[in-house]
Design a protein around this ligand. Sequence first.
Ligand SMILES: [Zn+2]
Length: 479
Amino acid sequence: MKMKTEVYALAVVLWLCAQTLGALAQDNIHLDSGWSPEDSAMVSEIHDHILGQGRCVEDLRVLCKDIGARLSGSPEADDAIVWGAKTLREAGGDVRMQTVVVPHWERGEVERAWIRLDGGEPEPIRIRALGGSVGTAGIMEAEVSVFSDFEGIDTLGPNGLNGRMAFFNRPMDPLMINAGGAYGGAYEQRSKGAVKSAEHGGIAALVRSLTHALDTFPHTGGMRYEEDVRQVPSAALSTVDSRRIAAWINEGRNVRIGLEMGCVLHDDMAQANVIAEWTGSEFPDRYIVVGGHLDSWDIGEGAHDDGAGIVHSIEVLRALKAIGYQPRHTLRVVLFINEENGNNGGKTYAQRARERKEWHVAAVESDAGGDAPRGWSIDATDSGTEAVRAWRESLGGYGMGDLRRGGAGVDIGPLKKEMPAGKRPLMVGLRPNSQRYFDYHHSDKDVFENVHPRELKLGAAALTSMVYLLDQLNYDALD
Ligand SMILES: [Zn+2]
């Protein structure tokens, strides 16, 4: 009997513990710190709506599968502009086009490479020309020198390469927690590698792909030339090929690489930013802009970069309309063109905004992929930053409470430069989990199947919540 009583008492205690833990788990999402009860209810409703009825996954499927890769200047980018306008209209937006002049580069039909080790037979390897590279005008083959940084090549002197190819093999730093930071740290060899090679007598530049993934997929990306420096072809190698080529060279073996690339730069052409506007009830002449970029590189499907940001942004408009919200400030959803190789969409948008003296109180961008949201990067004055930081605990309840100061997005970036001091927008960029983003980024692997549907919806809900919260702020009280 005594035994039974003890068992019963223990069961009651366990039950009470379970209840308490359950309540705590639920309360995590309603901590309310920094939010009014109305804010908590709205953010909860936004999440319920998008997780239950969100359309962003289907939107991304259409953008990736029916249109696909869509580099600026391509017919696919035109198709994406038409699709973006139609989809924003269906979401309830008042849509217009803003003409943007964009570059038109094509990698061309021919893109192949081979390794010749110690004078043996050529072995084909995969390459991807970097965006903007010149072609090879036929076939070229030369010995390769490997560099782990620019200091290594700078010590060679003006003709140190003497007709060889420079291979820049610096990996993304595996010790950095944020993969975006590691990307930023290794990015220079891709953007400036061709100039560095030419300055030292090289005939081409090869670059280790910017990814932590060890596989056979080369990743493209932007590069640039400088005036008065000879333009040499530039291409990415996969991480697997980079590792073995560097090892052979370091063992003292003779490595020659052959290249044939048919890249062409056509004349600039006119494309467009797609803008949906929703007039604010209290401050119709103050703007909150939210967006991502409609263009992508010309390989893969531009699913994470930045199809995810595009469908997140469209969902902001659709969800806020569907739950009957009326914004206080005028809300603009902008699908920017040409982020990848010029940022002319972002620059044009900011120039027009300055000419029309539009006060953009806030700007929000999603261009860091479709993985689960983690937090936000804030580019704002001290008071603007504090206003967002006050929501940290409540945002944390939804898994998006990691707040840092830093760049908010390439497309919205020019707004900061164009606007006078005192009228610069409070800028915020969505920061999803960065760990797998660069596995896909700018490669054939950036396809719809590699975006997790639920994580994509959580990103859309995060972006919509942030736009709602920014619409609640009193911008006259911020400096
Ligand atoms: Zn992007």
